[in-house]
Design a binder for this molecule. Structure first.
Ligand code: KIV
Length: 285
């Protein structure tokens, strides 16, 4: 048998693949913030990996996403890109990295693209970010929109609350979604909005909608890695399904390690290195 290893070519998912998949199949997006989690998500063929600014909460232990910086986003994006072969890596633009001006948005998105290696960026907001989205798309940076509960605006939304519960609120969301589509986003995240609004937006747009707390009629779904795996226990939003309780599994493994070290059963022979007998004898003389 030839010593040559088989070269398996992996075709990376692009923003165009995502845009054109509407109606063909359900899309998957999951967050990841480091190399190891990215390899795992990528190997499971998740379409899109979001380096979310939720890293401020689940990785850095902060109360919200507001204090996440560009440097932190670039740092985590680089690690995720190193662990990804196929999934489309999307980096979140953190609070105040795009709101002040279009120039700021271009400069900061370019950092996530060039230094970080992301292949798309996501920013929160409706009509107010249309000029930024238009400029980014024109300069060749694919953009994901995000409306509904936009965590960067948690202070003015009065908390992590469901959005668009009134007919007026629902119409505003629909108008925002259409404005973002016209500005060129290739998909749009709908967070914490009632099912009928998400369904209507999904019907009326020609780009995919990705829901989180927005019901099953969206074109795809996104969850936070730590929520899906049961690794974050500070709070669990209603829209989260924990597919595992890795916190419990990890805690039991760590306790086993502590017990074995304390009782002297770890490390065992198979975890230790021997010395040639004659060298050992010379050493012991
Ligand atoms: O930062 C994040 O994880 C997000 C998702 C919740 C969509 O924006």
């Amino acid at each position: 048998m030839s010593k040559q290893t088989a070269v398996t070519s992996v075709k990376p998912v692009t923003s165009l693949d995502i845009r054109h998949s509407k109606g063909d199949r359900k899309l998957t997006m999951l967050t990841a913030y480091d190399y190891s989690s990215a390899t795992l998500v990528d190997e499971c063929d998740i379409d899109m990996i979001l380096v979310g600014d939720s890293l401020g909460m689940v990785m850095l232990g902060r109360d919200d996403t507001i204090s996440v910086t560009m440097d932190e986003m670039v740092h985590h994006t680089k690690a995720v890109v190193r662990g990804t072969k196929r999934s489309l890596v999307i980096a979140d633009m953190p609070f105040m990295s795009y709101e002040i001006s279009v120039e700021d948005a271009l400069r900061n998105a370019a950092r996530l693209f060039q230094e970080g290696g992301a292949r798309a960026v996501k920013l929160e907001g409706g009509h107010s970010v249309v000029p930024q989205v238009t400029a980014l798309v024109r300069s060749g940076i694919p953009v994901v929109g995000h409306i509904g509960l936009t965590p960067q605006r948690v202070a003015s939304l009065g908390g992590f609350k469901v959005q668009g519960k009134t007919a007026e609120g629902a119409n505003t969301l629909l108008e925002e979604a259409k404005a973002l589509e016209a500005a060129g986003v290739f998909c749009i995240v709908l967070e914490a909005i009632p099912v009928p609004i998400a369904a209507r937006i999904t019907q009326e747009l020609s780009i995919p909608t990705i829901g989180i707390g927005a019901g099953a009629e969206c074109d795809g779904q996104v969850l936070v890695f730590h929520d899906l795996l049961g690794l974050f226990d500070r709070f669990v939003p209603k829209f989260v399904k924990q597919y595992a309780n890795l916190r419990e599994t990890a805690a039991s493994a760590i306790s086993d390690y502590k017990r074995e070290v304390e009782e002297g059963s770890f490390p065992a022979k198979e975890h230790s290195f021997a010395m040639p007998e004659h060298e050992k004898e010379k050493f012991e003389k």
